[in-house]
Design a protein around this ligand. Structure first.
Ligand code: ZN
Ligand code: ZN
Length: 253
């Protein structure tokens, strides 16, 4: 099994030192993971230490340790992201939309605003930006595909209609979507993406990866087994990790 979305630095409340890297890799080994992917938020760039991760990883021969990045996608900042990606040979790059039009919508204090907005417009704008992220060509993976639901606000329009263009672009470019188990611990209390989207993603032949979005070592691998069983039940037979931006396939059984 694999967990391709963990944050060594958390919310920049932890250092990228040997002890902390070991804590993540020890937990991954205890969970029986085959592959773990570090994907810290790009805004903590100066605190990252990729060579040290590589060095510590050498002590874990049974675990493939990948180095990625979770980049904040803002349409006018593609150049900034491209510049970062040129600084290191990443294994994978997650493009995530946590904000649009200058609004960081996933902060807990933003919840009342979600309930006041027109839900259809909220979803439409979110997926418009996700579509641009998919089109940018910068990423291997789109993070938590339906993050906009995190406070439990649901659209009146069909989610498949709202997400259609984004999914089309993800499929055309061979991007991967993650089942991100962290949504269960948000007010919406379910994985990203929701079940109907997961089924539609499978139907379109888009490949899946798995991620806990752990911001501390204790939750590395959380609910990953359950997410992989769910994928298997709906007819997904393999999932992917990444090495040097190439997909690495794992059978599900
Ligand atoms: Zn994220
Ligand atoms: Zn994350």
């Amino acid at each position: 099994m694999l967990d391709m979305h963990v944050h060594l630095l958390g919310h920049n409340d932890r250092e990228a030192n040997r002890e902390n890297i070991r804590a993540f890799l020890d937990k991954a080994s205890r969970c029986g993971l085959k592959e773990i992917g570090f994907a810290d938020h790009d805004y903590y760039w100066d605190q990252m230490n990729f060579p040290l991760i590589r060095e510590v990883a050498a002590d874990y021969p049974g675990l493939a340790v990948r180095i990625g990045l979770e980049a904040e996608y803002r349409p006018h900042e593609e150049g900034r992201i491209k510049h970062l990606l040129g600084q290191f040979p990443f294994d994978f790059v997650i493009g995530s939309v946590h904000e649009f039009d200058g609004w960081a919508f996933d902060m807990p204090e933003e919840e009342p605003i979600h309930h006041k907005k027109d839900a259809d417009k909220l979803y439409a704008r979110y997926f418009e930006v996700v579509t641009l992220a998919a089109k940018s060509g910068l990423f291997t993976t789109i993070g938590h595909f339906d993050l906009i639901k995190l406070f439990g606000v649901r659209p009146r329009k069909d989610i498949l209609t709202l997400a259609d263009e984004a999914l089309t672009n993800v499929a055309e470019r061979g991007l991967v979507l993650e089942v991100n188990t962290n949504g269960r611990y948000k007010p919406v209390a379910e994985f990203y993406p929701e079940r109907r989207l997961v089924e539609e993603i499978r139907r379109r032949g888009i490949e899946f990866t798995l991620g806990s979005d752990a911001h501390c070592a204790q939750v590395v691998g959380r609910d990953i087994e359950e997410a992989s069983r769910m994928l298997h039940q709906i007819g997904v037979h393999s999932i992917v990790g990444f090495a040097s931006l190439e997909k690495v396939s794992y059978k599900l059984h």
